[in-house]
Design a protein around this ligand. Structure first.
Ligand code: SAH
Ligand code: DHB
Ligand code: MG
Length: 217
């Protein structure tokens, strides 16, 4: 018997089931609804995490007792708001975003959600923003969701800057189905997986595009 999951290929979900469950378990308050709708409203790509992935971020950060969190890739602030909701008073999310327009929309959404005091959006290349707040670490959780071709570098930064027991979360772990392709970017995402599996206790959760969950050794 091979060691692949024998249920692979069978899916029991449907758009109706997923919609029912998203609304039941991962519903939106006004702030989340605004942030989730914002990309479409502002003509920026609607590539935020799904409702249930967002709620999973909240719950995982709460389980980890996370206080200090770093996000690579802010977009319109939806996942940052999901994570900020998990934090105790005094907790903080540093969220890194390349595009000035995305960052401006995110700051509006974070303010509308009443979370401006908990989230700092830093604009520019993620790697150039890191030195500006790195001394606030070690961190309790790092969420990778920016440019996939640098996931290897970002994952190494996370391994070096998370506390023992801290969480690594990585969206688009299947790299849109291109994980096993020949390209340089695919190879970078694979290196992220392989190095994460060494430095962390890991699983890849089968969300639509895969989500790595790692606990730092
Ligand atoms: N985490 C967000 C979605 C992020 S989409 C959410 O779920 O709500 C990916 C974001 O990464 C985009 O806004 C894109 O502009 C940003 N990005 C791409 N390359 C980047 C880089 N080098 N540094 C920082 N952000 C980057
Ligand atoms: C893209 C980026 C993401 O982080 C995502 O979850 C979906 C799509 C993109 O760049 O197209
Ligand atoms: Mg993503």
């Amino acid at each position: 018997m091979s060691d692949h999951d024998s249920r692979q290929g069978h899916r029991y979900d449907s758009p109706e089931i997923l919609d029912y469950l998203n609304r039941l378990h991962a519903g939106h308050d006004a702030g989340l609804a605004r942030a989730f709708a914002a990309p479409e409203q502002h003509g920026i790509p609607a590539i935020q995490v799904g409702m249930s992935e967002g709620k999973l971020l909240t719950i995982l950060l709460r389980l980890a007792g996370a206080n200090r969190v770093v996000e690579f890739g802010t977009l319109a602030g939806y996942s940052a708001i999901r994570m900020a909701k998990a934090l105790p008073a005094g907790g903080h999310v540093w969220s890194l975003e390349l595009e000035e327009k995305h960052a401006a929309v995110a700051r509006e959404n974070i303010a509308a959600a009443g979370l401006s005091g908990l989230v700092t959006v830093l604009v520019g290349q993620a790697l150039e923003s890191l030195p500006k707040f790195e001394s606030k670490g070690p961190f309790d959780a790092v969420f990778l969701d920016a440019d996939k071709g640098r996931y290897d570098v970002y994952g190494r930064w996370a391994a070096a800057n998370l506390r023992k027991g801290g969480l690594l979360l990585v969206d688009n772990a299947y790299y849109f189905g291109q994980l096993l392709d020949q390209s340089d970017d695919s190879a970078a995402v694979r290196r992220c997986h392989e190095e994460a599996a060494q430095a962390f206790e890991t699983v890849c959760i089968p969300t639509p595009d895969g989500l790595i969950l790692g606990v730092k050794r």
